[in-house]
Write a protein that binds this ligand. Structure first.
Ligand SMILES: NC(=O)c1ccc[n+]([C@@H]2O[C@H](COP(=O)([O-])OP(=O)(O)OC[C@H]3O[C@@H](n4cnc5c(N)ncnc54)[C@H](OP(=O)(O)O)[C@@H]3O)[C@@H](O)[C@H]2O)c1
Length: 297
């Protein structure tokens, strides 16, 4: 497994494991431990979660696995996120963004408790908060880093303007932007984010690389058009279509790190096989244009 060096302190496995859907996997703690070990055996050692996933339940379930098998924690790079917060207001749960100093620091400490660990390898601000004060949020992230509670800091879903603002406030310490990209989603190509990251040698983590499973839905016209082409290319390379999608993402010079969202070990294996697929240059563009969203002029 290729490791992507983010800083002298932190490298991630290029294929990352995502635990957003963990609460739906119906795994006992022992089964989750086995599932995690299978990932680690495949070299997929970087694990992604967030405070807001299943309203903190995903972090708690991961923490139960680390508590039961403490050796596991040292074998993985653990990533979590702050900034989307749910609160009981007038008897109803209300979700909103909160990137104030106190909330970030408190969220991090609560995440560490739930995860049964005393540090995170990487801590991200989850979403673009319209009330983001980069100086205040940045100070919180840097203080957590100074305290040794987090090793490195980054953001998620930021556009180039917000990324630049936040990075200025933390003196260039952001090590990644976790963004959505797949054969039917090109938001960050169109915003200029991909160019920004490439020129600054900042490697993005890619969420929903298979469009959250939507890619496989025949009744979704854009997905069907993309998948017809992906299947054709998969036949040429004698592999599964999802392997081609991961190879397509990793072909880009930005050196992206796709996050696999599946619970199934065989689907992690498909992702890992992408490391050995050598796409033709023209094949990258075939997939880029396949859904009809992006044009080659
Ligand atoms: N920063 C953010 O805002 C943000 C947002 C969303 C996600 N994320 C992160 O990114 C990770 C990955 O996102 P994701 O879960 O949407 O990724 P994904 O890998 O695009 O989608 C995973 C889903 O696709 C299904 N799937 C995979 N292969 C399939 C196939 N061949 N046929 C049918 N269904 C298939 C999986 O089902 P099975 O489990 O049955 O295989 C699973 O439900 C998350 O876990 C989270 O860590 C971050």
């Amino acid at each position: 497994m290729t490791k992507i060096k983010l800083t002298d302190n932190l490298s991630l496995s290029q294929i990352i494991r995502g635990f957003w859907r963990l609460d739906t996997w119906e795994l006992s703690t022992d089964e989750l431990i086995d599932n995690m070990k299978s990932s680690i055996d495949l070299g997929v050692t970087s694990f992604d979660t967030a405070e807001i996933y299943a309203d903190t339940l995903c972090e708690s379930q991961i923490g139960e696995a680390f508590a039961k098998d403490p050796a596991l924690r040292g074998k993985v790079e653990l990533i979590s996120k702050t900034g989307i917060y749910k609160q009981e207001i007038n008897g109803e749960s209300f979700g909103y963004y909160n990137t104030t100093y106190d909330r970030i620091v408190r969220s991090c400490k609560e995440s560490l408790q739930r995860l049964h660990t005393d540090y995170l390898d990487l801590y991200l601000i989850h979403r673009e908060d319209p009330l983001l004060d980069p100086w205040e949020a940045g100070r919180a992230m840097l203080d957590l880093k100074k305290e040794g509670l987090i090793k490195e800091i980054g953001v998620s879903n930021f556009d180039p303007f917000k990324f630049d603002a936040m990075n200025k406030a933390v003196d260039g310490a952001l090590v990644t932007n976790q963004i959505e990209w797949n054969p039917v989603c090109f938001e960050h190509f169109n915003s200029g984010m991909m160019d920004y990251l490439t020129v600054n040698k900042i490697h993005p983590m890619i969420w929903s690389p298979l469009a959250g499973g939507r890619l496989f839905q025949e009744d979704d016209l854009q997905c069907k058009k993309a998948m017809d082409k992906i299947k054709e290319i998969a036949e040429r390379h004698n592999c599964e279509p999802d392997t081609i999608v991961y190879a397509w993402i990793m072909y880009h010079p930005v050196q992206a790190m796709p996050i696999v969202g599946s619970r199934k070990v065989e689907r992690i294996e498909s992702a890992v096989k992408a490391m050995d697929v050598k796409l033709e240059h023209y094949e990258w563009y075939e997939i880029y244009a396949a859904s009809g969203q992006q044009q080659i002029r």
